[in-house]
Design a protein around this ligand. Sequence first.
Ligand SMILES: [Zn+2]
Length: 181
Amino acid sequence: MSKKSVVSEAQEIQLAIELIQLGARLQLLESEVSLSRERLIKLYKELKGVSPPKGMLPFSTDWFLTWQPNIHSSLYINIYKFLVDNAGASGVQAVMKAYQLYLEQMPPEPGEEPLLSLTRAWTLVRFFQGNMLVLAPCAKCQGKFVVNPLDLNDSYHCGLCNMPSRAGKTRKAKDAAASAS
Ligand SMILES: [Zn+2]
């Protein structure tokens, strides 16, 4: 095992704390922080007072394409790309900074979880890196939205220009939000 300096270990702990406070799941922590699983679980329990939830992350791109999550995801990825292209942000730091700005734009209702969790945001960035999702301009408002590159996106209309008839806090949107965390 390589010897790590106390400083770099302290930085890893600081990173883990920030990620946990933003709502990261264990799988995200294990990918981004070079601390042992045991230490991450211990940190998580200490900060949250409970064990991290078990289970794998969802790997489907479908969630990001449903109506309300698509609007939140599109906002997030636009912020993320702006930070990477214009502010020199990179890696997990860019994911976190963009997430903080997303929360400022879309603060959750009191007592409710944000619609897009940090872990979902991180997954979204990975889908973009793998070109499993891309941005396409809306033909009406010119805003850029998350789409599946395999779909026909030539005359794409975004979820804001083409609202479903029962837009708003529908049961479906709430269920989507609940399954996001
Ligand atoms: Zn539009």
